[in-house]
Design a protein around this ligand. Structure first.
Ligand code: C5P
Length: 347
C-alpha cells in the first residue's frame, strides 16, 4: 500500500547572500514561506532492497542524485528498516524553479516513508539534521509556514505566521542552476574564494548590487546581512503588531502590510545576477507589478517569480492578466504552519 503526501512549495521573502564560507557555501539570510502549490509523492515499501524513483517528467533524475533517493536511504538506515522503497513523484512544480520543489519532495518522501513503515525517526533534531545533510533548503519543509533561514539556509526558526496573503506564481520555461547563480554572484562581486568577507558594493547606494562595484567605501557582506535583518525585523514586527504603514487610511489591512514590505526595500540578491542573464524574468517582475502586485520578487535563484496581492480577487485577476500575456501564472495563497502540517497528509 502506498502513502500519498503533498509536497508544498516555498517562496523567499527577501534573500541576502553573505560571505562565501570555507566549506564553499554562502552565508544566507532569508524568510521562507510555504505556499499552496504542490507536487504529490507516493511512497511504498516492497520486498527487495534499494530505492526506485518513478516520475514521468524526464527532467527529474531517477538515480542517487535525486534528493528523495538520498534522504530515504539515510532514513532507512536510521530506522534499521529493510525493503525496496518505491517513490512516485507527480510533478506539478517547476524543476529548478526556485520553489524548493526537489527539497520539498525529499522531506515529503521521508514523512511518507515513516507512515509506510509505521515507524518514527528519532526526535525532531535528528530529522532536521538528516534533512540539512541532503540540502540547505530541506529543513524549512519540516516546519512550514513563515520560517527564518540562516547559516547556509539550513538553520531554521519558525516565525509567527504571516497573514494568508494571496499571491501569483509565474513559472517561466527556463531553469536556473543555483550553484551557477552563486558562482556568478562571486564572479561579479569579486568575493574571495577562501571565504573572506570581501566588500562588494558602494555604501553610497545601499540597494545596488555587485554589478555596481564601486568607487566609494564598500559594504562588507556581513553589513549587508545586518541591513536585511533590520528590514525584515521591522516589517515582520510591524506585521505582527498590526502597526504597519498607515499612510493610506482607506486601504485594507493586507494592502497596508504589503506596502510596508515594499517600503523596507527587502530584496532578493539573486535578482542581480539572474536578471542580466535572463532579461525576460525582469519583464515578468514588471508585469506582476503592473498587474497589481504590491510586492514582486524572484523566488530563490529563480526562475519562478511571485507577486503578493492584497486580496484573492486581485490575485486571480492578476494571474489572468499574466496568462493573457503568455506567461504561465497561477493564483494561490501563503500557507500558515497549521495549514501546512494539516494538508501534507490531508485530502
Ligand atoms: O545545499 P544545496 O545542495 O541545495 O546547495 C546546492 C549548491 O548551491 C551547493 O553545492 C553550493 O554550490 C550552492 N550553495 C551555496 N550557498 C548556500 C546554499 C547553496 O553556495 N547557502
Amino acid at each position: 500500500m502506498s502513502v500519498k503526501v503533498r509536497s508544498f512549495a516555498k517562496i523567499n521573502l527577501g534573500l541576502r547572500i553573505g560571505a562565501k564560507r570555507a566549506d564553499g557555501f554562502h552565508e544566507l539570510l532569508t524568510v521562507y514561506q510555504t505556499i499552496g502549490l504542490h507536487d504529490v509523492i507516493r511512497v511504498s515499501v516492497e520486498r527487495g532492497s534499494g530505492v526506485e524513483i518513478r516520475c514521468e517528467d524526464p527532467r527529474v533524475p531517477k538515480d542517487e542524485s535525486n534528493t528523495c533517493h538520498q534522504i530515504v536511504r539515510k532514513a532507512m538506515a536510521m530506522l534499521r528498516a529493510k525493503g525496496k522503497v518505491v517513490i512516485e513523484v507527480e510533478k506539478r512544480l517547476p524543476v529548478q524553479g526556485g520553489l524548493g520543489g526537489a527539497s520539498s519532495n525529499a522531506v515529503a518522501a521521508m514523512l511518507a516513508l515513516e507512515r509506510a513503515l509505521k515507524k518514527s525517526l528519532p526526535p525532531a533534531a535528528d530529522r532536521l539534521e538528516i534533512a540539512a545533510d541532503v540540502g540547505s533548503d530541506l529543513p524549512l519543509f519540516l516546519i512550514g509556514g513563515t520560517v527564518l533561514g540562516v547559516g547556509r539556509g539550513e538553520q531554521v526558526y519558525p516565525l509567527q505566521d504571516l497573514p494568508a496573503f494571496h499571491c501569483v506564481i509565474v513559472t517561466p520555461e527556463v531553469g536556473v542552476s543555483t550553484p551557477k547563480a552563486f558562482a556568478e554572484w562571486d564572479r561579479r562581486s569579486g568575493t574571495d574564494p577562501c571565504g573572506a568577507d570581501t566588500p562588494v558594493r558602494a555604501r553610497s547606494d545601499r540597494r545596488s548590487g555587485p554589478t555596481q562595484v564601486s568607487k566609494l567605501t564598500l559594504d562588507s557582506a556581513s553589513d549587508r546581512m545586518v541591513e536585511l535583518g533590520r528590514g525584515l525585523s521591522a516589517w515582520l514586527s510591524g506585521t505582527f503588531l498590526g502597526q504597519a504603514y498607515s499612510g493610506a487610511p482607506r486601504r485594507g489591512r493586507a494592502e497596508n502590510l504589503l506596502l510596508a514590505l515594499v517600503r523596507t526595500g527587502i530584496q532578493n540578491d539573486f535578482e542581480q545576477v539572474v536578471f542580466p542573464e535572463y532579461p525576460e524574468l525582469r519583464e515578468v517582475k514588471r508585469a506582476l507589478l503592473r498587474a497589481g502586485a504590491k510586492y514582486a520578487s524572484l523566488s530563490g535563484s529563480g526562475s519562478t517569480l511571485y507577486g503578493l496581492f492584497a486580496s484573492r480577487a486581485e490575485a486571480v485577476r492578476g494571474a489572468k492578466r499574466l496568462t493573457e500575456q503568455g506567461w504561465t501564472a497561477q493564483a494561490t495563497a501563503l500557507l500558515t504552519r497549521p495549514q501546512y502540517s494539516r494538508r501534507i497528509f490531508g485530502r
